[in-house]
Design a protein around this ligand. Structure first.
Ligand SMILES: NC(=O)c1ccc[n+]([C@@H]2O[C@H](COP(=O)([O-])OP(=O)(O)OC[C@H]3O[C@@H](n4cnc5c(N)ncnc54)[C@H](O)[C@@H]3O)[C@@H](O)[C@H]2O)c1
Length: 342
């Protein structure tokens, strides 16, 4: 068996075609180096030109280390170049930096491109160029296509370690009895994905009520517990995660039940990064589920205006959803499809 091999790329983003090559290459050498070649300006421009968020090299490095964490003979290294574009990449200088980073003689260079033969022969005269899956029959996908069309059309080709980075997070918000929980579950159902239930409700059920019972410590459990559940669920989500309520709603309930806002909840609000807020108008019948206390129509409208204003004051854009249950589902679906597929 050959001793040292390397497989290089931008991994912008990492996909299953890369993982396939890494896995096969790891079986063919004693030590495999996976080299992440990155240039901040080039990589950022390539992402901006496509339908993909910025993919900093630290994120790509983590994907590669996660994917190879159980492969004992694989090491991942990042090598920076300052090329402003693919066309201006200096292969000579790149090879010098790669050899320096590996620090030992290289026996094999892996790629999936026969067209790299002459360049690798020149740059690595003592190494063999091994081409794996040149026709990309195992995983017909490329980083270019994912950047151009977005990751959601290629979801099956995105490794699990990468998926959560691209999952869109949709927060479903509104006041009491506005149909949030039902819409959250129904959306998760039709998109075949997971959801985060309203943790405030779980806590109120646990302590046997809300009004006059709940205290600031419970709010900490609600806000941080909800966030923890979100981190867990995003790992299992299929393209999109639906989240019933978030920290602005918690602040609204803190003011309602404690009589004062909590400054630390503002920190949680600032740390949120939802891609879409669906704001549900309370124009469906009020249902008393045993935990709700503001059913009077005037109070309901007043509370609704207050919550809406809280989003406005924090410059959080909301998409308003109203009408029958069917109209709500259809409006929400349109907004989510737009988010995923443009
Ligand atoms: N200077 C050097 O010696 C050297 C050597 C290798 C790589 N590099 C760097 O890596 C870059 C080359 O990689 P890239 O831009 O093509 O990066 P990339 O991340 O798109 O691809 C990395 C490798 O994976 C292969 N690949 C892509 N899709 C595949 C699929 N579906 N199935 C199987 N294999 C697949 C590619 O052919 C390439 O060999 C260069 O621009 C350079 O930055 C430099």
């Amino acid at each position: 068996m050959k001793k040292v091999g390397f497989f290089g790329g931008k991994f912008l983003p990492l996909h299953m075609g890369h993982v396939y090559v890494i896995t096969k290459a790891a079986c063919m050498v004693e030590e495999l180096y996976v080299i992440l070649s990155y240039s901040k300006s080039r990589d950022s421009l390539l992402c901006q030109a496509g339908r993909i968020p910025d993919l900093p090299h630290s994120v790509r490095l983590q994907w590669l280390t996660t994917v190879t964490r159980d492969m004992e003979n694989v090491k991942v290294l990042a090598v920076e170049d300052d090329a402003p574009s693919d066309e201006t990449y200096d292969w000579e200088k790149g090879a010098y930096e790669i050899k320096k980073a590996i620090g030992k003689p290289i026996d094999v260079v892996f790629s999936s491109e026969h067209s790299y033969d002459p360049i690798f022969k020149r740059l690595y005269p003592d190494a063999e160029h091994v081409v794996i899956d040149s026709d990309r029959s195992h995983y017909p996908v490329s980083g270019t296509a994912i950047r151009k069309h977005g990751p959601y059309r290629y979801w099956d080709y995105i490794p699990n370690a990468v998926k959560s980075y691209f999952v869109k997070k949709v927060a479903i918000v509104g006041t009491e009895s506005c149909g949030k929980s039902t819409l959250t579950r129904y959306l998760a159902q039709i998109y075949g994905t997971t959801y985060v239930e309203e943790y405030g409700r779980t806590i109120c059920e646990e302590i046997g009520g809300c009004d006059g019972i709940i205290n600031e410590e419970h709010f900490k459990e609600i806000v941080f517990g909800h966030k923890y559940m979100e981190y867990q669920k995003v790992k299992e989500a299929n393209k999109v995660l639906f989240i019933d309520s978030e920290a602005v709603v918690s602040q609204y309930y803190a003011e309602l039940y404690l009589g004062y806002p909590c400054s630390w909840i503002e920190g949680a609000i600032l740390a949120q990064n939802y891609d879409l807020y669906l704001y549900l108008e309370p124009d469906v019948p009020w249902i008393d589920d045993g935990f709700r206390v503001h059913g009077d129509e005037k109070i309901r409208q007043c509370n609704n205006e207050k919550l809406k204003q809280m989003f406005q004051e924090r410059n959080i854009p909301i998409v308003t959803i109203r009408g029958s249950y069917l109209e709500r589902l259809e409006q929400a679906k349109r907004a989510v499809d737009q988010l995923l597929f443009g």
